[in-house]
Design a protein around this ligand. Structure first.
Ligand SMILES: NC(=O)C1=CN([C@@H]2O[C@H](COP(=O)(O)OP(=O)(O)OC[C@H]3O[C@@H](n4cnc5c(N)ncnc54)[C@H](O)[C@@H]3O)[C@@H](O)[C@H]2O)C=CC1
Ligand SMILES: O=C(O)CCC(=O)C(=O)O
Length: 526
């Protein structure tokens, strides 16, 4: 019989499902070394946010087939390490949506009416009606950052409370925002106008410290901020200072840079701040939902069936999966790349399956390309199951074509996306021992393996331009790992693809675009 380790508190409904097919051990509060010691015995691991599944733990496993996260965020799992070992990672993308949205709304109202402090004062035996005069949310402006599942539900309820809704989400179309009753605006305008700001975004390099001293300075002295998304999106020291100095009115936080929250200035801000210990998903209903959702997937995978919300490996039959697996990664990488070249708000994605890939069996590659395209917006929350639905909800038109006659490589994939930065295309194939290569960018032939940080330029093919770009990057201490130029005719237009060792520091892209002969420049992180 298979063995499942449950290392965080999980609702009994989940344990009951697992027990149908496996011996279940519930061992919570394990230290990393203890988990490493015992993980070799288990076929499946079920967690919430308390267990950090590091590369070391994954490497110590010998028969682990699946890691199930009873919740949304899989940021406590080293997903790439699991993928390398062929371990499926699943989550419950929607099981706690309502719980988290309601927590954010409860935080907004509690903060406005000082409920936690008023309650504490009555319980101390006081009757103070002056200190706790609050503010109404009716007719106030709510700025929603991140209009995904939770942000949309918050919008729905806030609208019913008579609030005016502004939203910022670079991956959502204006039409979709309007359907939800929100006006899509730029972030600065939202910061300037909102009376309440609620965050519903993943923590990514782009969103880390999004609320900082500079952005706090743009807000009104009456603004209140709610964060039930992820710690680290707010610079906590800057937030504490802004509240203390009266630059904003207050904040309600459920998540923190480091959890549990240690010594912190945030604790000393009285009624202007509410702190809860990551309770967004902690409702009886959500815990039953996520436990059942994830336990069912673990049960299915242990029975050899596909998982419905796999974050990393699709739920395909083993023979198809074996054949397509290397191409799935190619499709995801190209989707991620073309999405960034086209700008966040992609309207159309053309996927052309070429050569040996021009068959019906390759259809999952279209889904993989969409998963890659949506990665910048949804991170680990996009999977092979929800990618098409998420794309549809975002108004992305997907056009799929096949060309068996394209024979430059055995099989290749051509993606073209139209977004805020115009129309861009990339082609890729697998070379040698299945290494991914970009073979074309915007119609210019190249041959480079993609790397984590890349810079692309469209320029005139003329003497000295490569040197100028190299010196400019050197002056900012940016190290070039490799560089290749693709051109169709000598001294015509050309594309340069550079792999760089680190992300491009802020502001350099604009300087690159000023270099004479360079028409455009794009930077991507893969
Ligand atoms: N406090 C808690 O217990 C819980 C917290 N969460 C967290 O709440 C957050 C939102 O979750 P969902 O709504 O389910 O996710 P979702 O994936 O449905 O929505 C996230 C939205 O953020 C947008 N986004 C991505 N990058 C952005 C950026 N740079 N600026 C603005 N928008 C951006 C995406 O386009 C997407 O629409 C996640 O961080 C999740 O981990 C979720 C459940 C419980
Ligand atoms: O498991 C929990 O309580 C945390 C929920 C959460 O943050 C998530 O699902 O992303």
């Amino acid at each position: 019989m298979s063995k499942v380790l449950v290392s965080d508190p999980i609702d009994q409904a989940g344990i009951d499902i697992l027990s149908q097919v496996a011996t279940v051990d519930v061992k919570t509060n394990l230290k990393p070394a203890e988990l490493i010691e015992i993980i070799g015995e288990y076929d499946a691991l079920m967690i919430r946010s308390g267990t950090r599944v590091t590369q070391e733990i994954i490497e110590a496993s010998t028969q682990l087939k699946i890691i199930g996260r009873a919740g949304v965020g899989v940021d406590n799992v080293d997903v790439p390490a699991a993928t390398r070992k062929g371990i499926v990672v699943v989550n419950s993308p929607e099981g706690n949506t309502i719980a988290a949205a309601e927590h954010a709304l409860a935080m907004m109202l509690s903060l406005s009416r000082h409920i936690p402090d008023a309650n504490a004062s009555v319980k101390r035996g006081e009757w103070d009606r002056k200190t706790f005069v609050g503010a109404e949310v009716y007719k106030k402006t709510l700025g929603i950052v991140g209009l995904g599942k939770i942000g949309s539900h918050v919008a729905h309820v806030a609208k019913a409370m008579g609030m005016k809704l502004l939203a910022y989400d670079p991956f959502i179309s204006t039409e979709r925002a309007e359907q939800i009753g929100c006006q899509l605006v730029e972030l600065d305008l939202l910061f300037q106008q909102a009376d309440y700001i609620t965050l519903h975004i993943p923590k990514t390099p782009e969103t880390a410290n999004l609320i900082n001293a500079k952005t706090l300075a743009k807000m009104k002295p009456t603004t209140r901020i709610i964060n039930c998304a992820r710690g680290g999106i707010i610079d906590e020291a800057a937030l504490a200072a802004a509240i203390k100095e009266g630059k904003i009115a207050g904040a309600a936080l459920d998540v923190f840079d480091s959890e549990p929250l240690a010594e912190s200035e945030l604790r000393s801000l009285g009624k202007d701040i509410i702190l809860t210990p990551h309770l967004g998903a902690s409702t009886a209903e959500a815990q039953v939902n996520v436990a059942i959702d994830v336990a069912e997937q673990i049960r299915d995978v242990l029975l050899g069936l596909p998982a419905r919300s796999a974050v990393n490996i699709p739920g395909l039959g083993p023979d198809i999966l074996e054949e397509l697996k290397p191409y799935m990664q190619l499709a995801e990488t190209l989707g991620n790349l073309v999405g960034q070249l086209a700008g966040g708000r992609v309207e159309t994605l053309n996927v052309k399956l070429q050569g040996d890939l021009a068959t019906n069996k390759s259809q999952p590659l279209v889904v993989a390309a969409l998963k890659g395209l949506l990665y910048q917006a949804l991170r680990e929350r996009v999977n092979y199951v929800n990618a098409s639905i998420e794309a549809k909800e975002r108004g992305i038109r997907v056009i799929e074509t096949r060309d068996a006659s394209a024979r430059d490589y055995a099989g290749s994939l051509h993606l073209e996306a139209t977004g805020t930065l115009g129309t861009h295309s990339v082609t890729g194939a697998l070379l040698g021992d299945k290494e991914i290569h970009l073979t074309d960018v915007d119609g210019f032939p190249i041959n480079v393996p993609p790397s984590k940080y890349m810079l692309f330029t469209l320029h005139r093919d003329m003497p000295g331009i490569i040197g100028k770009l190299g010196s400019l990057l050197g002056s900012f201490n940016v190290n070039i790992a490799s560089m290749q130029v693709g051109r169709k005719i000598v001294r015509g237009d050309a594309v340069m693809a550079l792999s760089i060792d680190d992300p491009l520091p802020d502001g350099i892209l604009d300087e690159i675009k000023q270099v004479s002969g360079i028409r455009d420049a794009y930077t991507v992180t893969l």
